[in-house]
Design a protein around this ligand. Structure first.
Ligand code: PMP
Length: 438
């Protein structure tokens, strides 16, 4: 309908113009600017369930989910209630609270590598990965780290090398302002290539502290691990005395209750969490076995701190979210809904003769405008980016809000019911038809 036309954006246009005067690019995180899909971003007034409502009055079916946190849908009543209740008792104390203990215990119960271990709360995914790498270096006494090309682990200096997500979208996979020394010890491998990792260990014996990897890649588009890949990383790091870090900021609580490590049965040494763990509030976390975690201050020599770490509002939102996941066990239904979506999209793409590949892992999905499987960032870049941009705007026009970049993943929530999926597929049918005719 006209009302739901994502492009009829008079108020959003005004707001974006005003925003661009006082906020760089009008946004507080780059991909939100819609730079690679043309047009300009709708401003969001509110969100409930599987919908975001724009300042122009359009209710859009949302597959961004705040970039991952909204597993239970937006403004879940019980989560909102928990936050309001906590807020009445004070926003932040910078001191230990009972709820933090409950929260840490529950996180450690969910995530296999944290069982019997410890977890430290921070306020973003960036802080989680940055701190886990410092810990891995402090623990091993080694300096070099390995990351995957197209992998994104937040915006710490040492990780802005061949970075995915917004850095890939804007074609600035490194960053100005990062001193060469900061990335000197960062080594690169293609995703899904364990032999490249083995070769780096052979070339730098005793020097590599850790490999950090998204166990399901989500920032070069969505790419699942090939069978045996994660297992092989586990073997190599164990043999070499290096720390295996799974960055489960995106996959944690999403591809299975215990994350990718549970789904694929491979247990890392350290795990990084973010997004869902905060239920929509700023939370990150990193954890692992006591032996490694006891190197962190105040127990050990690796320093890491945060004024707002473990603040009562964030903890309330995260704790209630995990409690609801534990109580309602939504993952089977989430996976079914996600498959229904990706299968339906593939059928409609085929019907209109559009080259298309899709991926679904739990409640996470992706698609590329290319025929055949995609295994790494180089292959992801072969997707037809013009087609992606056209598809994105055709879908938005039809009331579906997808991540505005090929190099991002999509997220399904428990609020995406059959009607929402059917509406999405009807929109896709029209969008593919427009693409085929263009
Ligand atoms: N790691 C991964 C896998 C991510 O997807 C992201 C964010 N998209 C981060 C780390 C960084 O998290 P944040 O934006 O909360 O700093």
């Amino acid at each position: 309908t006209e009302h739901n036309d994502g492009r009829a954006q008079a108020r959003s246009k005004e707001l974006f113009a005003a925003a661009c005067e006082v906020i760089p690019g009008g946004v507080n995180s780059p991909v939100r600017a819609f730079a690679s899909v043309g047009g300009q971003p709708p401003f969001i007034r509110k969100a409930t369930g599987c919908h975001v409502v724009t300042e122009d009055g359009a209710a859009l079916i949302d597959y961004v989910g705040s970039w991952g946190p909204a597993l239970l849908g937006h403004a879940h009543p019980e989560v909102v209630e928990a936050v309001i209740k906590a807020a009445r008792d004070g926003l932040s104390f910078g001191a230990a609270t009972a709820a933090e203990v409950d929260f840490a215990e529950l996180i450690c119960e969910f995530v296999p590598s944290l069982r019997g271990g410890m977890v430290r709360l921070v306020s973003s995914g960036t802080e989680a990965t940055m701190s886990a790498l410092r810990l891995a270096r402090g623990y091993t006494g080694r300096n070099k780290i390995i990351k995957c090309a197209g992998g994104y682990h937040g915006h710490a200096d040492m990780l802005l090398v061949a970075a995915g997500s917004g850095a890939a979208t804007l074609n600035i996979p490194g960053s100005a302002g990062v001193p060469p020394d900061a990335v000197h010890d960062t080594l690169l491998v293609p995703y899904n290539n364990a032999e490249a990792v083995a070769e780096l260990f052979a070339a730098h014996p005793g020097e590599i502290a850790a490999i950090i990897v998204e166990p399901v890649a989500g920032n070069m588009g969505c790419i699942p691990p090939l069978p045996g890949y994660l297992e092989r990383l586990r073997e190599i790091t164990r043999r070499e005395g290096a720390v295996l870090i799974f960055d489960e900021v995106m996959t944690g609580f999403r591809v299975a209750p215990g994350g990718a490590q549970e789904r694929f049965g491979v247990t890392p040494d350290l795990t990084c969490l973010g997004k869902i763990v905060g239920g929509g509030m700023p939370v990150g976390a990193y954890g692992g076995p006591r032996e490694i975690m006891s190197k962190i201050a105040p127990l050990g020599p690796v320093y890491q701190a945060g004024t707002l770490s473990g603040n009562p509002l964030s903890v309330a939102a995260g704790l209630e979210t995990l409690r609801l996941i534990k109580r309602d066990k939504p993952h089977e239904a989430l996976e079914a809904a996600t498959l229904r979506l990706t299968k339906g999209l593939a059928e409609r793409a085929a019907k209109h003769g559009i080259a298309w590949t899709d991926v679904a892992v739990g409640a996470m999905f992706g698609f590329f405008f290319v025929a055949g499987e995609v295994h790494d960032y180089e292959e992801a870049k072969r997707s037809d980016l013009d087609r992606f941009a056209a598809f994105h705007s055709e879908m938005l026009r039809r009331g579906v809000y997808l991540a505005p970049s090929q190099f991002e993943a999509g997220f399904v929530s428990t609020a995406h019911d059959d009607a929402a999926i059917e509406q999405t597929l009807a929109a896709a049918d029209g969008a593919f038809e427009a693409l085929a005719g263009a």
